[in-house]
Design a protein around this ligand. Structure first.
Ligand SMILES: Cc1cc2nc3c(=O)[nH]c(=O)nc-3n(C[C@H](O)[C@H](O)[C@H](O)COP(=O)(O)O)c2cc1C
Length: 334
């Protein structure tokens, strides 16, 4: 499969594994890149200092032990300032691709470009897309609201079509709700240069960071038991030292008792957290706890087996290739 994305980085497959902070480490990134996609891991968390330089160095070493192919390291753009040493450290290392997401990518794109790095920007609005392309991003990823984890408000296909029309010279990738050959074929047919996938990669063998409880929840989920909400971010900020996310961004997680109680009643939640932060401070302590946030999206509907990253990538790209080859403009006739 050849697309602008595969040509840009010499990839075999138009597949990117999303940087998922604390969820995608060097083992997954290395496995994806070795298999012919573009692997990545996340190096900035909402809590300042939570990702240390030694964490980054350890995960970089894991990638390098696995492959010499290109890979990326991802940053949540609005939190780079509060975690600046992480960004500077990554730029000082030989990291081929810098990934930026959620908000205005200035001045980080030009700092990375000045060091000769390729930059991919995941965007949630057309305005961010225009800034990213104008600043010289090598590619953009339009993210739809079915995504696991944090995402914006737009539906993927209209957003993708708009961006593909607006930036005909730029590789545009698609993220959010992709996880099988049909959804991959759909976004390629709609103008995408590749798929940027998070949820489905959380279930693969090499995603060592995924707690077993999350993996099982993803396997069981049909994708409809998730909700895009600010509840977890309110608790994170008020009780767990997390920074405030930009407007328009919320987090898609599996619905749990915390979400059932507070989603739609966020003002009361904010007041409750301010009044007694200690009641909420253990949110992330125990992956087996009922209120532990399980970040995944609607693409969980496609996850029904645990396989290696390579098998997953091959399976969905083979299926997409097959579908696109036999498609004659009347797919509903089979
Ligand atoms: C567990 C999890 C953590 C995530 N963390 C990050 C992150 O740190 N930085 C980022 O740019 N995107 C993050 N994302 C969003 C992904 O980049 C991507 O947009 C999303 O996973 C795509 O949708 P999908 O989950 O349906 O594949 C995260 C997603 C998940 C599921």
């Amino acid at each position: 499969m050849r697309t602008r994305l595969t040509e840009l980085f010499g990839l075999r497959y138009p597949i990117v594994s999303a940087p998922m902070v604390f969820q995608s480490g060097g083992d997954l990134a290395g496995a994806v890149s070795k298999a012919g996609g573009l692997g990545s891991f996340g190096a900035v968390a909402p809590k300042p200092g939570a990702i240390t330089l030694s964490y980054i160095a350890d995960n970089l070493a894991r990638v390098r032990q696995t492959t010499d192919k290109p890979f990326g390291i991802g940053f949540i753009t609005p939190f780079i300032g509060a975690n600046r040493p992480n960004f500077d450290y990554v730029l000082s290392e030989d990291v081929p691709v810098i990934m930026l997401s959620f908000g205005d990518p200035r001045p980080w794109i030009s700092l990375a470009k000045a060091r000769g790095r390729a930059v991919l920007c995941q965007v949630q609005t057309m305005e961010e897309a225009r800034i990213a392309v104008g600043e010289g991003a090598d590619g953009i990823t339009v993210q739809g609201e079915a995504s696991g984890g944090h995402c914006g408000e737009r539906s993927l296909l209209p957003f993708l079509a708009e961006a593909a029309d607006a930036f005909p010279q730029t590789p545009v990738m698609a993220a959010g709700g992709l996880g099988d050959g049909r959804t991959l074929a759909a976004v390629l047919a709609a103008g995408a240069s590749g798929a940027w996938i998070g949820t489905a990669f959380r279930a693969v063998t090499e995603c060592a960071e995924t707690p077993e409880e999350d993996r099982q929840a993803i396997l069981r989920s049909d994708g409809r038991d998730t909700v895009r909400s600010s509840v977890v971010d309110i608790v994170n900020h008020g009780a767990c030292g997390g920074l405030v996310w930009p407007g328009g961004i919320a987090m898609r997680t599996q619905i749990n008792p915390l979400l059932e109680r507070w989603h739609g009643d966020e003002d009361s939640l904010a007041a409750a957290v301010t009044a007694a932060p200690e009641d909420f401070a253990d949110l992330w302590d125990n992956p087996a706890a009922p209120n532990y946030p399980r970040l995944f999206g609607e693409a969980a509907q496609f996850v029904s087996q645990i396989e290696t990253a390579e098998d997953f990538i091959r399976r969905i790209t083979d299926e997409a290739e097959h579908l696109l080859a036999r498609w004659n403009g009347a797919a509903d006739r089979g």
